[in-house]
Design a protein around this ligand. Sequence first.
Ligand code: NAP
Length: 320
Amino acid sequence: MTDKKIVIIGSGPAGYTAAVYAARAGLEPVVIAGSVTAGGELMNTTDVENFPGFPEGVMGPQLMENMRAQAEKFGAEIVYDDVTELRTEPGAHGITTALGAEYTAEAVILSTGSAYRELGLPNEKELSGHGVSWCATCDGFFFRDQEIAVIGGGDSALEEATFLTRFASKVTLVHRRQELRASQAMQDRAKADPKLEFLLDSEVAEIHGEDSLTGLTIRNTVTGETSQLPVTGMFVAIGSDPRTDLVKDTLTLREDGYLAVEGRTSKTGVEGVFAAGDVIDPTYRQAVTAAGSGCVAALDAEHYLAARAASETSQTAGVA
Ligand code: NAP
């Protein structure tokens, strides 16, 4: 059992920024970073052009590596493990990990981010890693000179589709409506790419292949007509949902499934438990807003710990 002042669960921009602040405040935070998800969604991103301070842009994984190094420099301990249980008990929250470690923490910051959405079709999971993927930067290389479909109409889909044209002979972006959700800048870049085609008002009806993906049946969402798209790769980029599994029975969730916090604070309503980043944010979901949210959580936790320490000191003085 390891007693800590503060444990941060999750390691995207929110978790690492919270760790930088908490470590600089001398709170010696432990970041339970995740065994395979360390660094969060930015690990699957290429160029990040809108994080302030990088006029030439920065690769997502590099940005996360920088944040991790900055947190460690000030004394944060990073643990590559997954939290399997959080028992909220004011003063000594209990944390169990997949590798069997046990912690108690006076304050906990939840920055568990979000998880990729799935289409929910037969064969999708079975062919994951065999043609079906959620990460262009991880798997794009395997589709050199092949035809690929990217599903979705947001910034992620257009970013992935544009990135994949480096490898693929052709990329078809399949989106369920006529209007794309992505930013204009991203749309302009994608539309200028000669290897990228748009299949709008369209959705995936069936995923074909036994050992690996051989093609998709596409349904027109307006007419209902179906057609075949012979691709060997499909990248699903239809957004993500907050990762709240750990706390969905103990903390308050909003109607849309995100963790509820009080106003502009990171307070979850359970004493000493704070939340930050994409897990509380259905709206902005940017690296920089997640980082800012991590800062808020660390400051809230710091004030909470200071108030606890002051109250303990006055109680001790009262007894004496
Ligand atoms: P998103 O903006 O929520 O877009 C999800 C897309 O997937 C939408 O076009 C949606 O269609 C479609 N979709 C959702 N469920 C679907 C389903 N079951 N079947 C088919 N299509 C489905 O998610 P995102 O693109 O991952 O972006 C998330 C946030 O990160 C956004 O705020 C975005 O700006 C940000 N982001 C920024 C950058 C950047 O600036 N470089 C890069 C990536 C992401 P509808 O449009 O019809 O709803």
